[in-house]
Design a protein around this ligand. Sequence first.
Ligand SMILES: [Zn+2]
Length: 125
Amino acid sequence: MSYALGERLLDAHYKDAIVDACIEVVVLEESVCWTPGIVCSVYSNTPPQSPLRDLLVDVAIWTASDDEMAQLSNCGYPVEFVVGLMAALSSLRQKGLKGKPPYKRDPCLYHEHKKTGMVCHREKS
Ligand SMILES: [Zn+2]
């Protein structure tokens, strides 16, 4: 997985570009990127504070059907992912799902540069 390579290289701009590509796929094709295989791969190759994990949680929250949510415990998702969903849903319970999903509003929410204060890779090019 490309993001895991960026994790090993500690290359924030590379990882942020991968996140942007993931967001493009989700937005343009409305494809489901939070299948058990993808989620397990991301969670086993990223640290707990990875913004890519936050992106998967947010995409699941904004795209999952009721049936898909009901099947979470049967599909082999990492416990950390399910706990992340619960935490995000608890937070959203008060705010509600209004407007656009956060990944459509501000991709930088899922970029590593937000933690380090670096300039976004999109502004560099
Ligand atoms: Zn950015």
